[in-house]
Design a protein. Structure first.
Length: 483
């Protein structure tokens, strides 16, 4: 008979049994049943409770956790209520628009968006997460099995025109920026989109190219398009604008985009653009900076409490605008000289003297007319930072940098739901900023606080669970009605 160690035995209770399997201790729930024919009882294993290690003690299995939750819910039902209420009340505009453009699927879209928004859930867990929400009490018989989810994603994705019409509801003025895209990873061999291509990080992988239009005023995306991973040229910009119906967007690309051929293509397609130049570009005239005389500049403006000096030159009908930020200049000088001390094999003062006039500068080539001031062009370009933050949220907060969809229509539907929750995320950002709370709380904090608000069903009647005074005061200040 195997003698078990004390650290394992202390977890053995009545109705359980220890088993040593491949060097690991497991705890099983057991019972016995009397067998009259054999005049003795027979041991019956009811299921795995968890494993036992000397370091961590008893570690409950995920399956047993779910079973306990189910056993508990047979007597008392507890459901998430705060986020469900927030979606129904504060985001009712989106529910109304989904009813308008997706009358057959709006409940499914809300349920899927809830699972993604709250828990960044993969498709296989949509049903579980949604069933724990109070929305599931109102939106029933949705069909969230794995096979139904895939089917409905495809059906939504086939309705590209409905998706476009939905986002047209959010178009405003002439403040749109067309971003030069980002990468999504996919190993699907059933779709035409994933192509082995060079990523933004310079590596090669199977990627999908995602392009979108961003509204400066709304501070959120108003259009997206999925394209093959190897389509990264100017034609893709034109295609996006033609489909979206947005004629006044400004193309903003990164420094690696500039080339004479790309500029020629942009001009041929009559696209407006702001393209940053590398600091060593021959198009940039640094003589005003080298003179050390601010009279050589055309002027300055304030941006985020910093003075930005600028001057511009015209070359072949294009504007080359150079900006100088003294605060950034000092930071870059300090950083470079510090590297000279710590990494002398890569940095030296000789190179520093050669580069000294470049520090704190950024230059653009643009075909925007004189009605767009250098300040307005600078601010438009800086909106790119907000877009990059949005991409970071999209990829890292909502885990949407990789897709496991297996056909083109399904990924279209999946992407629509992810862009929908990006809108929801930005609704929270805007409200935090309006109340000057964005430095204290993140949207993810607010989502988690909302998820913590529950309703409890006892004997067939729902009761509000307790909410902390601190969170109630926060929601009141944000004007988030949780009723």
């Amino acid at each position: 008979m195997v003698k078990h160690p004390e650290w394992a035995l202390k977890h053995k209770k009545k109705g359980t049994e220890l088993r040593l399997i491949n060097g690991t201790y497991y705890l099983y729930s057991i019972t016995s049943k009397w067998i009259p024919e054999k005049n003795r009882s027979k041991k019956i294993t009811l299921g795995l409770l968890g494993k036992i290690t000397q370091e961590s003690g008893f570690v409950e299995s995920d399956k047993h956790k779910l079973k306990k939750a189910q056993d508990f819910s047979d007597n008392i039902s507890v459901k998430e209520y705060g986020l469900s209420s927030f979606i129904e009340i504060y985001l009712h505009e989106y529910i109304d628009l989904l009813k308008k453009y997706f009358p057959e699927y709006w409940k499914f879209i809300i349920a899927s968006a809830y699972a993604r928004f709250a828990f960044q859930s993969p498709l296989k867990n949509y049903q579980y997460h949604f069933s724990k929400s109070f929305l599931s009490e109102k939106y029933t018989q949705i069909g969230l099995s794995s096979s139904m989810i895939a089917k409905k994603m495809r059906e939504i994705g086939r309705n590209r025109q409905q998706i476009l019409s939905f986002f047209e509801e959010f178009k405003v003025g002439n403040d749109n920026i067309l971003f030069d895209g980002t990468d999504l990873f996919s190993n699907s061999k059933k779709m035409r989109f994933p192509i082995k291509s060079k990523t933004k990080k310079g590596t090669f992988d199977n990627i999908i190219n995602l392009m979108f239009v961003f509204s400066e005023k709304l501070k959120q995306p108003v259009y997206y398009r999925i394209m093959s991973g190897n389509i990264k040229d100017v034609s893709s910009f034109k295609l996006c604008l033609d489909e979206s119906g947005i004629s006044d967007a400004i193309v903003i690309a990164d420094k690696g985009f500039y080339s004479e051929s790309n500029i020629e293509k942009l001009d041929k397609e009559q696209l407006n653009y702001i393209i940053p130049l590398r600091r060593n570009s021959a198009l940039i005239d640094y003589s005003p900076i080298e003179s050390g005389n601010f009279k050589e500049f055309n002027g300055y403006f304030m941006y985020q409490k910093k003075i930005i000096w600028y001057y511009q030159k015209n070359q072949n009908g294009k504007r080359i605008i150079v900006y100088k930020n003294e605060v950034l200049k000092n930071e870059e000088i300090n950083d470079y000289l510090s590297r000279c001390e710590t990494l002398p094999e890569k940095y030296d003062t000789k190179t520093f003297y050669e580069k000294q006039y470049l520090f704190g500068t950024i230059a653009f080539i643009s075909n925007l007319d004189a009605n767009q001031t250098p300040e307005a062009i600078y601010i438009s370009y800086k909106s790119r930072n907000q877009i990059e933050v949005m991409i970071d949220v999209f990829k890292n907060i909502f885990n949407a940098d990789r897709t496991h969809m297996q056909d083109d229509d399904a990924i279209e539907g999946w992407m629509f739901i992810n862009f929908l929750i990006m809108h929801w995320y930005y609704k929270i950002i805007h409200q935090l900023k309006e109340q000057n709370l964005n430095n204290k709380y993140s949207p993810k904090d607010i989502i988690n606080f909302l998820i913590d608000i529950k309703k409890v069903k006892i004997n067939g009647k729902w009761y509000d669970d307790n909410i902390t005074k601190k969170n109630k005061a926060l929601f009141d200040k944000l004007n988030f009605p949780i009723t």
